[in-house]
Ligand binder design. Structure first.
Ligand code: NAP
Length: 256
C-alpha cells in the first residue's frame, strides 16, 4: 500500500491517478471526506477513482493517520499538508512498518533563491526524513506549472498579467511530470541498498541547459505568463511589471 499525503493537491492527485492506473494499492489522505454522491459530471474535490482507499485525516496531526499506517510500505510526503509535523509523522510511520518516504521538496534547498523561510522549511523536512531511518528520496521541484494559473482570472477579466519580477526567468516543471517521477520512486522494486532511488535527491526543473526564449526575457514579461499567453485562443495580452500591492490587486480580481 502506498500512502499519499496532499492527495487532493496538484501533484498528489496525479500521483493517486497514476498509481491506481498501474494497479497499485493506494491510500489517499485528505482532511475532507468525499461526498457520498459526487455531483456529475465532474468529480468533486476529495473524490478519488474507484479502488483508491480514502483516508480522512490531517497529516499535520499525525495521530489522525495512525490507524491507516499499518500495511503501508511507502509514503509520499507533501510538506504543505504535513506542516511542522514531519518528524512526528515519520517516527510514527517507521514504528508502523513503513519503509520508504518520497518528499516533495524544493530546488531552493539546493540552489537558493526564493524566500529563505521556505527553503529552510523544506530543508527541515528533508532533515527529518534523513533522521527517520526510512529509505528516502527527495524530489526538489522548481516552481510548478500550475502556479501560473494564479494569473488566469486577471487575464480573463482584464487581458493583463501583473508581476513584480518582470524579467525573472524560472524553470517551471509540470506537476504531472513530478508525479511520474514520484511514482517511480514510490514503486522502486529494490529495497535497502538495492533501491535505485534510495538516498537520492533529484532536482526537477526545466531541462538543464534549456534557456528561456529571448522573447520571454524582455522586461515586463514573465515566463509562466508567456506560457499561458500561447494558450489564450488568439487574445492579445499584455504583461505588466507592478509593485507588490498591484500584483495583489490583480490576484484579487475574481473576488467580489
Ligand atoms: N508550488 C510550487 O511551486 C512548489 C514547489 C516546490 C515544492 N512544492 C511543494 O510540493 C507539495 C505539493 O504541492 P501541491 O501544489 O500539490 O500541494 P497543494 O495543492 O498546495 O496542497 C496539497 C494538499 O495539502 C492539504 N493542505 C493544504 N494546506 C494544508 C494545511 N494548512 N494543513 C493541512 N493540510 C493542508 C490539502 O489537502 P486537503 O484539503 O484535501 O486535506 C491540499 O490539497 C507542497 O508541499 C508544496 O509545498 C511546491
Amino acid at each position: 500500500m502506498i500512502m499519499v499525503t496532499g492527495a487532493t493537491g496538484n501533484v498528489g492527485r496525479e500521483v493517486v491517478k497514476l498509481l491506481a492506473g498501474q494497479g497499485a494499492a493506494v491510500a489517499a489522505v485528505s482532511r475532507n471526506p468525499a461526498p457520498a454522491q459526487p455531483p456529475a459530471p465532474a468529480p468533486a474535490p476529495g473524490a478519488f477513482a474507484d479502488g483508491v482507499r480514502q483516508i480522512v485525516g490531517d497529516p499535520s496531526r499525525p495521530q489522525s493517520l495512525a490507524p491507516a499506517l499499518g500495511g503501508v510500505a511507502a509514503l509520499l510526503l507533501s510538506p504543505r499538508a504535513v506542516g511542522g509535523a514531519s518528524a512526528e509523522l515519520l517516527a510514527l510511520a517507521a514504528e508502523r512498518g513503513v519503509r520508504r518516504v518520497v518528499v516533495l521538496s524544493a530546488v531552493t534547498v539546493e540552489y537558493g533563491g526564493g524566500y529563505r523561510r521556505f527553503a529552510e522549511e523544506f530543508a527541515q523536512v528533508e532533515a527529518a526524513a534523513r533522521a527517520s531511518g526510512l529509505s528516502w528520496t527527495f524530489l526538489r521541484c522548481a516552481d510548478f506549472a500550475a502556479n501560473a494559473l494564479a494569473w488566469a482570472p486577471q487575464i480573463r477579466a482584464t487581458g493583463r498579467a501583473r508581476g513584480v519580477h518582470g524579467a525573472a526567468a524560472t524553470s517551471p516543471v509540470h506537476q504531472r511530470d513530478i508525479a511520474e517521477v514520484a511514482v517511480q520512486a514510490l514503486l522502486d522494486p529494490g529495497s535497502g541498498p538495492d533501491a535505485a532511488h534510495a538516498g537520492r535527491a533529484y532536482a526537477l526543473r526545466t531541462r538543464p541547459g534549456e534557456r528561456p526564449e529571448p522573447a520571454r526575457r524582455r522586461p515586463g514579461t514573465h515566463p509562466p505568463v508567456e506560457g499561458r499567453r500561447q494558450g489564450t485562443a488568439g487574445r492579445r495580452l499584455t504583461a505588466h511589471r507592478s509593485c507588490a500591492c498591484g500584483v495583489t490587486a490583480g490576484l484579487l480580481v475574481p473576488l467580489p
